[in-house]
Ligand binder design. Sequence first.
Ligand code: ARG
Length: 404
Amino acid sequence: MAREKVVLAYSGGLDTSVCIKWLIEEKHLDVIALVGDVGQKRQNLDFIRQKALDSGAIESLIIDMREEFARDYLTKALFANALYEGKYPLVSALSRPIIVKHLVRLAAEHKAAYIAHGCTGKGNDQVRFEVGVRSLDPDIKLIAPVREWDLTTRDSEIEWAQAHGIPVPVTKGSPYSIDDNIWGRTMECGILEDPWVEPPADVFELTIDPAKTPDVATYLTVSFKAGVPVAIDNQQMEFLDILTELNAVAGANGCGRIDMIENRLVGVKSREVYECPGALALICAHQGLEELVLERDLLRYKRTVEQDWANCVYDAYWFSPLKQALDAFIASTQPVVSGDVRLKLFKGHCSVVGRRSDYSLYDFKLATYGEQDGFDRDAAAGFIEIYGLYTEAWARQQSRLDPS
Ligand code: ARG
């Protein structure tokens, strides 16, 4: 009888390579390995593809998801100015659903009954993979080898790998656990687990230490059309290229470092270090433009919705009905988010120093204290008279309270 198939989310690292062999030996499955290219640091993708085959996979696929990732995932995150707990731009949380989508598609194409991933049993990503898969195809069976196996230490894993003919990297791996894509880079483990210790210099790859960045500021203008970035300094570019450029320029100015204590979905507070120069610069610019073009109540309400959106995505609910409904609301606010934002990047700070738009709600005549002032001060007096009625009545009532 032919063996059943499993589609595995493969990274090329030791964990997922061991997963391939483990799925073959322990679960008696044929393994199809999928690497999603979401703009992670360029490894040799041909090498990774071959490594999966060498580890025993019957098929090994590398899918370039970068454009789709930018168009369908990062655009939405930018529309939502998405920052979990006000800080983390959801780097890993955004990449899981697109990988899930392709895993499920491949499982259907290859008539695979199983999907597997290499996440541990302690993090958020296992939840995102599994809840994501079940949201798209409730009948697929899930396997989480790393959660199941008893190779708890790195040494025992390497021993198992060597005994089973899996190529083990000769170089000593990074002391940190890293995940990265075009939206940024996440760092955990090692010395970072002590929340009192400052992240050592060797943690960072995309950003320069602000103490060592240029002594003159870098200015650049980001143009948006309906919420989507379309140009830098008047040069029309694709979102992906804009992001790549901003990662470089903002990173060179020391912008985009985040050091936080984060509340994981699985009940654990963890110390997380991120570097997301391009993502944070874009969110900063996008927020700045929204301030100019969105009506007050809409803006205030949208800012609360943004937090709910970030929570949904962090909490593995990318495909949930609430998240989709919030997408619709957020998208409805974006047609006027067109215009230019001038960013100043200097020694780890990214700030908006200029903004303009054809849809600007800023009215110079109303705002100015100069000669051209067109604001009706007489109307202000009547407005205040009525506006204060509620609190005035309340104050009178309070004064009648028995003080005893
Ligand atoms: N704490 C972040 C999150 O949950 C980063 C996770 C990084 N994942 C990883 N496998 N290293 O989104």
